[in-house]
Write a protein of this length. Structure first.
Length: 117
């Protein structure tokens, strides 16, 4: 998986997924652990360019996930992996009070105009 540095963005991504999760009362630590394990598991998937889970600084039950996939096929393949089925479907979803997902198509940066004369 790609490492992000200031001023860089993953190239080649065609599908981004933004998700917000709210853990049920008493389940926040378990959800955080699941997301940590998932972040490690997805490193073996060539179609995932970025899997970046976050936790709210003001509400420890709220999580934000940003995922970037090479294309629709990579996203579909991701949902069929054993770790997705076990960790997300099997463990995480039953611990959530709310789950919202929105898919996006990243805007591809175009060549910056030259202002040199």
């Amino acid at each position: 998986m790609l490492e992000l540095t200031k001023g860089s963005a993953p190239a080649g991504g065609r599908l981004a997924l933004a998700a917000t999760w709210e853990a049920k009362e008493g389940e926040a630590e378990a959800v955080a652990d699941i997301l940590r394990r998932m972040a490690m598991a997805v490193k073996s998937e060539p179609g995932i360019l970025l899997f970046w889970p976050h936790r709210s600084s003001s509400n420890d039950r709220e999580f934000f996930l940003y995922e970037l996939f090479a294309d629709d096929a990579a996203f579909a393949a991701h949902q069929q992996t054993e770790h997705f089925k076990a960790l997300i479907v099997g463990e995480a979803l039953p611990k959530l009070a709310r789950r919202e997902r929105v898919q996006f198509m990243p805007l591809q940066a175009e060549r910056a105009p030259s202002f040199a004369k």
